[in-house]
Design a binder for this molecule. Structure first.
Ligand SMILES: [Zn+2]
Length: 135
Protein backbone atom coordinates (compact mmCIF):
# COMPACT_ATOMS: atom_id res chain seq x y z
CA UNK A 1 0.00 0.00 0.00
CA UNK A 2 1.36 3.37 -1.01
CA UNK A 3 0.83 6.08 1.60
CA UNK A 4 -1.24 8.92 0.24
CA UNK A 5 -0.50 12.34 1.77
CA UNK A 6 -4.05 13.61 1.25
CA UNK A 7 -5.65 10.57 2.89
CA UNK A 8 -3.17 10.68 5.77
CA UNK A 9 -3.83 14.41 6.31
CA UNK A 10 -7.64 13.98 6.13
CA UNK A 11 -7.45 11.05 8.56
CA UNK A 12 -5.36 13.04 11.04
CA UNK A 13 -7.19 16.37 10.77
CA UNK A 14 -10.81 15.30 10.25
CA UNK A 15 -11.37 11.56 10.01
CA UNK A 16 -10.05 10.50 13.41
CA UNK A 17 -12.42 12.94 15.14
CA UNK A 18 -15.38 11.72 13.05
CA UNK A 19 -14.73 8.09 13.94
CA UNK A 20 -14.12 8.99 17.61
CA UNK A 21 -17.48 10.79 17.72
CA UNK A 22 -19.13 7.73 16.17
CA UNK A 23 -17.87 5.64 19.10
CA UNK A 24 -14.35 4.50 18.23
CA UNK A 25 -11.73 4.51 20.99
CA UNK A 26 -9.01 7.16 20.80
CA UNK A 27 -6.59 4.33 20.00
CA UNK A 28 -8.63 3.05 17.04
CA UNK A 29 -10.20 6.16 15.51
CA UNK A 30 -7.22 7.18 13.39
CA UNK A 31 -6.71 3.76 11.80
CA UNK A 32 -10.45 3.36 11.19
CA UNK A 33 -10.40 6.72 9.39
CA UNK A 34 -7.34 5.67 7.37
CA UNK A 35 -8.97 2.38 6.35
CA UNK A 36 -12.12 4.22 5.30
CA UNK A 37 -10.07 6.79 3.36
CA UNK A 38 -7.99 4.24 1.46
CA UNK A 39 -11.01 2.00 0.77
CA UNK A 40 -13.00 4.97 -0.50
CA UNK A 41 -10.10 6.16 -2.67
CA UNK A 42 -9.72 2.64 -4.13
CA UNK A 43 -13.37 2.70 -5.20
CA UNK A 44 -14.41 -0.12 -2.86
CA UNK A 45 -17.60 1.72 -1.77
CA UNK A 46 -17.17 1.16 1.99
CA UNK A 47 -20.13 1.77 4.29
CA UNK A 48 -19.59 2.10 8.03
CA UNK A 49 -22.56 0.28 9.56
CA UNK A 50 -21.42 -0.15 13.18
CA UNK A 51 -18.67 0.92 15.51
CA UNK A 52 -19.94 0.97 19.10
CA UNK A 53 -22.62 -1.34 20.51
CA UNK A 54 -24.06 -1.25 24.02
CA UNK A 55 -24.33 -4.69 25.63
CA UNK A 56 -28.13 -4.29 25.47
CA UNK A 57 -28.01 -3.59 21.74
CA UNK A 58 -25.65 -6.54 21.26
CA UNK A 59 -28.17 -8.82 23.04
CA UNK A 60 -30.95 -7.49 20.80
CA UNK A 61 -28.84 -8.23 17.72
CA UNK A 62 -28.19 -11.77 18.94
CA UNK A 63 -31.92 -12.32 19.56
CA UNK A 64 -32.75 -11.03 16.09
CA UNK A 65 -30.09 -13.27 14.53
CA UNK A 66 -31.34 -16.30 16.51
CA UNK A 67 -34.91 -15.60 15.38
CA UNK A 68 -33.75 -15.81 11.77
CA UNK A 69 -33.74 -12.09 10.96
CA UNK A 70 -30.18 -11.75 9.72
CA UNK A 71 -30.42 -8.59 7.67
CA UNK A 72 -27.09 -6.80 7.98
CA UNK A 73 -25.69 -9.59 10.18
CA UNK A 74 -23.25 -11.85 8.39
CA UNK A 75 -22.47 -13.83 11.57
CA UNK A 76 -24.05 -14.09 15.06
CA UNK A 77 -22.92 -11.07 17.10
CA UNK A 78 -20.48 -12.20 19.79
CA UNK A 79 -21.28 -11.87 23.51
CA UNK A 80 -17.82 -10.53 24.24
CA UNK A 81 -16.96 -8.04 21.56
CA UNK A 82 -14.58 -5.20 20.85
CA UNK A 83 -17.68 -3.26 19.73
CA UNK A 84 -18.97 -3.09 23.35
CA UNK A 85 -15.97 -1.39 24.96
CA UNK A 86 -16.30 1.78 27.02
CA UNK A 87 -13.75 4.00 28.70
CA UNK A 88 -14.67 6.45 31.49
CA UNK A 89 -18.33 5.95 30.60
CA UNK A 90 -17.75 6.93 26.97
CA UNK A 91 -18.08 4.76 23.89
CA UNK A 92 -14.62 3.40 23.09
CA UNK A 93 -15.01 0.67 20.52
CA UNK A 94 -11.98 -1.04 19.05
CA UNK A 95 -14.06 -2.60 16.28
CA UNK A 96 -15.79 -1.37 13.16
CA UNK A 97 -18.10 -3.10 10.69
CA UNK A 98 -17.49 -1.60 7.28
CA UNK A 99 -18.65 -3.83 4.45
CA UNK A 100 -17.76 -2.82 0.90
CA UNK A 101 -19.99 -3.17 -2.14
CA UNK A 102 -18.93 -6.71 -3.11
CA UNK A 103 -17.11 -9.75 -1.76
CA UNK A 104 -14.18 -8.92 -4.06
CA UNK A 105 -14.02 -5.41 -2.61
CA UNK A 106 -14.13 -6.87 0.93
CA UNK A 107 -11.04 -8.95 0.06
CA UNK A 108 -9.17 -5.85 -1.16
CA UNK A 109 -10.30 -3.87 1.90
CA UNK A 110 -9.02 -6.63 4.20
CA UNK A 111 -5.61 -6.35 2.52
CA UNK A 112 -5.59 -2.60 3.22
CA UNK A 113 -6.62 -3.24 6.83
CA UNK A 114 -3.74 -5.67 7.42
CA UNK A 115 -1.28 -3.13 6.01
CA UNK A 116 -2.68 -0.44 8.29
CA UNK A 117 -2.27 -2.79 11.28
CA UNK A 118 -5.92 -3.72 11.83
CA UNK A 119 -7.26 -7.26 12.08
CA UNK A 120 -9.66 -8.31 9.34
CA UNK A 121 -12.65 -10.37 10.44
CA UNK A 122 -12.25 -12.25 7.19
CA UNK A 123 -9.19 -13.93 8.77
CA UNK A 124 -11.09 -15.18 11.84
CA UNK A 125 -11.69 -18.89 12.46
CA UNK A 126 -15.36 -18.03 11.92
CA UNK A 127 -14.90 -15.47 9.15
CA UNK A 128 -16.64 -12.13 9.65
CA UNK A 129 -16.05 -10.22 6.40
CA UNK A 130 -16.40 -6.47 6.79
CA UNK A 131 -15.40 -6.51 10.48
CA UNK A 132 -12.14 -4.78 11.38
CA UNK A 133 -10.57 -4.26 14.78
CA UNK A 134 -7.48 -3.12 16.60
CA UNK A 135 -5.35 -6.09 17.77
ZN1 LIG B 1 -17.93 -6.42 14.01
Amino acid sequence: MKLDADIERWSRDVGARMFFEKGASSGSALNFARLYGYAFEAGLNPTVVRIYSSSLHQKQLQARYDAGDRQGLRVRPATSSKHIREFNGQMASDAMDMPCSSKENDVICAQLARQIGLRAGMDFKEPDPGHYDTP
